[in-house]
Design a protein around this ligand. Sequence first.
Ligand code: NDP
Length: 311
Amino acid sequence: MEQLECLIIGSGPAGYTAAIYASRADLHPVMYVGLQPGGQLTTTTEVDNFPGYPDGVDGNAMMEDLKKQAERFGTDVRWGLATAVDFAKEMGGWHTITIDETTQIQARTVIISTGASALYLGIPSEEKFMGFGVSACAVCDGFFYKGQEVVIVGGGDTAAEEATYLSKLCPKVTLLVRRDQMRASKAMQNRVLNTPNIEVLWNTETVELLGDKGVEAVVVRDRLTGAIKEIPAKGFFVAIGHKPNTDIFKGQLTMDDTGYLKTTPGKTETALPGVFAAGDVQDKVYRQAITAAGTGCMAALEAERYLGGLH
Ligand code: NDP
């Protein structure tokens, strides 16, 4: 069986940053890219908030650059999906990972950077306008709708936070909440309700998005009366939650009640020796490329120190 010093699962900004640091530290990392090579940034168009790109950068191009940078230092980037894990419990033990349900591989350290997937409504027009009016990240894409009217859907802390963020850029923000109350904390709700240019439509669901090349309007239905109306909007933000990609770690690693991996505060180490988690898979608060990259760097440094302690 192939045995490695460092295996990285997942290929978003956290995984690639871990790969750059791990390969420069001679850990000879192997990365399996997973189902969505490049991660969530490949579903966006322009990335404008990653430091170092004064003119912004296309999400796909940025991930391609990160891949090249990791490969320049010797990271072995492979196609494949980790489908099962059997983590050692003791210090210095071999962790066994199954790739594509067929190949088993062992590693002394594993960096988990499998990310999280934004949940979408699942209506056809949402798919059609993905990246052209539809976004699941207001902090990433809100700026492109500066001065325009936008709609955001959701009733949790993310929706409340993003609606407030958008209200500083856009003249009118309409928040669609499917029930007669929000799930967000009272403080966040109050902020939304006290912001004059945010209108909350309660008991309201999205029917479809209208437009040609981009979104022009959102068709909504009042769930109590059945009344349909059109809201003009150039941007449609979906903030109905994320699902961390942690199914294969169930029963092996500690998670919070929504499935995010738990790490020691201020570190990326999990409860198991030699297993680290970086990026959105362990962060439901910040969820930015730059914070993911930061924790990817931390994971590689912690893996290096862990391996150093074994010899
Ligand atoms: P949540 O799961 O908390 O909320 C999701 C919201 O979306 C709910 O209001 C839900 O409605 C609504 N929703 C779900 N599906 C649909 C649908 N198909 N159509 C319309 N609405 C839908 O997700 P969040 O991303 O808001 O938050 C995730 C976690 O992260 C929470 O624990 C939150 O507290 C935390 N967080 C903390 C922040 C902070 O501390 N600053 C910032 C952001 C998040 P319903 O209520 O009816 O189910």
